[in-house]
Design a protein around this ligand. Structure first.
Ligand code: BGC
Length: 230
């Protein structure tokens, strides 16, 4: 069983084929996210990534917004009218394979969680993604990034890619460091994982032991788990 895992991001759309063991069976392909990132343009780019691969039996896709039953509800960092776009059905029709689409952070977390107690995932990229898992079950579509940090800003506003570029890595890293301190007393998570493209700009030693930096490849690998996820 070979799974084509696609990760749709605000700057890049990535894809590779994986065996059930997690072994990569192809070359990772990355294309720039088209701008404006309308449903049709993003779909076409995802299809180009998919067609760069042969031999896969099913398709998993992480998408940067709320996704219910394979239908996109929101896409804050993309363009155009995404509400109601049937991305999962479109991938199935064009590729002729069964497909599953879910929120990108939810998918990413599936690759790293241990399945015990409360586990929380934050992804640092164009936006701030979040995933919450209870004994391995995903609380789908938690949009923690849009929660207010103060009267003016959301958590996402403070640590998204636009903020990092504006204030520089040092200040940005300080802001990220302040997030677990706020979340821990509310969620009492066993573990918090920090992933996404910008996690590599952080230093593990700065965080408490139950906060773990994770590799961005989880963004794609989580797609393997999406088929058995609950
Ligand atoms: C979206 C989330 C997404 C995150 C990371 C946020 O702006 O609301 O759904 O997971 O960006 O892509």
């Amino acid at each position: 069983m070979l799974t084509l895992c696609i990760d749709v991001g605000g700057t890049g759309i990535k894809g590779n084929v994986f065996a059930e063991t997690g072994e990569a069976k192809g070359e990772r392909i990355r294309l720039e996210t088209p701008r404006p990132a309308t449903p049709e343009a993003v779909l076409q780019t995802a299809l180009t990534v998919a067609r760069g691969h042969q031999d896969f039996d099913r398709v998993s896709c992480g998408f940067p917004g709320v996704v219910e039953n394979g239908v996109v509800m929101t896409a804050p960092n993309l363009d155009g009218d995404w509400g109601g776009f049937e991305l999962q059905a479109a991938l199935e029709t064009h590729l002729g394979k069964p497909a599953r689409v879910a929120n990108d952070a939810d998918v990413q977390g599936l690759a790293v969680i241990e399945g015990k107690g409360v586990e929380f995932v934050l992804t640092l990229g164009t936006g701030l993604g979040s995933g919450l898992y209870v004994n391995g079950h995903c609380v789908w579509n938690l949009e923690f990034g849009h929660h207010p940090w103060n009267e003016k800003e959301t958590y996402e506003d403070r640590v998204d890619e636009a903020a990092r570029k504006e204030i520089g890595n040092k200040k940005w890293a300080k802001r990220v460091l302040a997030i677990p301190a706020r979340l821990a007393p509310i969620f009492n998570y066993r573990r918090l994982y920090l992933g996404g493209g910008n996690a590599s700009r952080l230093t593990q030693a700065d965080f408490p032991p139950n906060v773990q930096l994770i590799d961005n490849t989880a963004g794609m690998l989580g797609g393997l788990k999406l088929w058995s996820a609950t």
